[in-house]
Structures are given as structure tokens and as C-alpha cells.
Design a protein around this ligand. Sequence first.
Ligand code: ADP
Ligand code: MG
Length: 345
Amino acid sequence: MSEQKDSRTEIGEIGEFGLIDRLSSKFSTKNSSTLKGIGDDAAVIGNGDDLRLYSTDMLLEGVHFDLSYMPLQHLGYKAVAVNVSDIAAMNGIPKQITISLALSNRFSVEAVEELYKGIHFACEDFSVDLVGGDTAASPSGLVISVGVIGEVTKDKVVYRKNAEENDIICVTGDLGGAFMGLQVLEREKAVFKANPEMQPELEKYDYIVKRQLKPTARMDVIHELRDLSLVPTAMIDISDGLASELFHIAKQSDVGITIYEDKLPISKMTYDMAVEFNMDPMTCALNGGEDYELLFTISQKDFEKIKNHADIAAIGFVNKKANGLNMITKNDNTVAIQAQGWKHF
Ligand code: ADP
Ligand code: MG
């Protein structure tokens, strides 16, 4: 290693986003077709009215998934869904994917076929074509990296950066379920390790376990927004937790955020499990990752269009930057929102 001892910075000191900022600051854009490079859910490419979107996400065994409870078929589905979710977050439609694999000899042909069954299901569900990829050997463990290409027109593309004061903040679905599902899976794994005779009891946690093992991308909502002729002012998908995503929107749009605790959508099962685990359900909803729901802002004039939608909750409003990011609690106290997000470093 050529780095000098006294100039060594631990990645943990600056974090994942700090590292990306530091590395990308050395690059400038040379092509006029690069409309948006690093810093949103997907890159935006094109010169005319029809734009292309590109995004990639990598899943590593032991970091993002544990094959002792993640069936390979679900893993294949999830790897595609989390990428499609980034295209949804730009208000785009996914069209093609590539799959790159690193495999150790622990995996049989049949095992890889299982993985591809899930990839195939996802390709059907999201109407995308598998158009390529790469396959390599891995010294240990499985790595699956997916690239996705999507399409959107110039008048419909939605970035993280255009939220405006007084816009309404919306989220789809419910939050914290995938995180609580993971807690259940980890608990059952520990029980099984201690006593292999014990069969995991997962049926009664079906909903939250599914939120963790087989998340979906909210393309249904993207199509509905189109039907309603509603283009959000800003959007992001919730992969690292609501709080972390609110920070991204606030930072890039140069605004403040106010949300209401009693408006956060939490399923009963998520709530009950959090209590059982001695966790605060609100913390799970704010900081639990991997729900892959959409967080978006709309102008007030568009509120009529979604106010009775069963699966979209209005959770707050866009505020002046000087007000920062706050949550009004059920007791009417104002507390600052803390972003934890997922930190793998
Ligand atoms: P998401 O959670 O929406 O998938 P990420 O947080 O992974 O997005 O990435 C944020 C932005 O940083 C994206 O624009 C992504 O393309 C970019 N990015 C991530 N890692 C790197 C890297 N190693 N080099 C260059 N750009 C990166
Ligand atoms: Mg994203």
C-alpha cells in the first residue's frame, strides 16, 4: 500500500456519502447528454425530450443478505426490485436490466437457476428485459450486481432537488416493516442455532418477513401518478430509512422539513413487533431501512388528487431551510429529526 500512515482516513470517519462526495468531486461532466450524474437515485441521460435513466446496486452475501434465511429465489427478485425502485424514484419506467454475478464453488448450477427464477419473476412483474451481465468466480460468498435502464420524458423526470416551500410530503405504503422483519429473522436464526430441533415460527410474522425478503418496487404508484397527471416536485425511494431520505431531499432542494409523528404510516404488525423487541415503533419507521417505498413532495394544488388514496399518506410539509428538519410529536413537541440510515462501514 502506498498510502502514508499519517494520512490514513478511515471510511467510517466520513461515511458512505462522504466517500462518494469526496471521490466524485474530482470529476466534471464532459458530455451535454449527461443531464444528471452522481447524486440522485439514477443518472439522467439524453439531449431531446426522451431521456434514459441508469442506476446500479450491488448486494453482497454477509452484508446485504444471509442465505441461511434468504431463499435464492427471493434474493433474485429483490436484487431486481431494489434497482427498479431507483427508476421509480425518478418517475421513470424500467426497460432493461443487466445482472453481474460473482459465485464461489459453494453454488451449484441448480442454485444459480433458483436465483434466476426470482430474477425472471421480477422481469415479468416489472416488464423489463434481461439484456446482459457478467459472471465471475468469487473466493467466497455471492455477489450480485444489477444495472437497470429506464425511460422518462423530460417533462416527467423528477429529481431530489426541486421540493419547494409549502409542498406536501407524501409516502407510499407503510414504514419500518422490512427492518422489523429482519429482527424476526435474526431472532429465529439465533433460536435455531441454539437448538436446531426448534423450527422457526415465521407464519405469524408473514407480512413483515415478506417486507424484508421480497420487497417490491412501487411501479404501481408511478403508473397511478401518471393517470392522475401528477408530477411530484421531488422524489426518492426509501432504501436507507425515511429520516435519511428526508435529509437528501432537504439538502438537495435547499429546504427544511416538518413531519407529524401521528401521520407516519406503520402497520399494526410492525408496531406490535417493535414493542415486543423493546424498540420505539417511530424510530423503526424513521430509521428502519429497505422498505423501498416512495417519498415525494407535491405542490398543494395537487393534494386533491391523492388525498383519498388508501396507500399514500401525507406526512408533513416542506418548510423554510432555516427551520431545519423537525417532527411534531403526538404530544405537540417539536423534535429534530436524526438521520441514521444504513451504515455498512
Ligand atoms: P441509492 O440508495 O438511491 O441506490 P446511493 O446512495 O447508492 O443511491 O448512491 C447515491 C449516488 O452516488 C448515486 O448517484 C450513485 O450512482 C452514486 N454512487 C454510489 N457509489 C458510487 C461510486 N463508487 N462511484 C461513483 N458514484 C457512486
Ligand atoms: Mg434510491
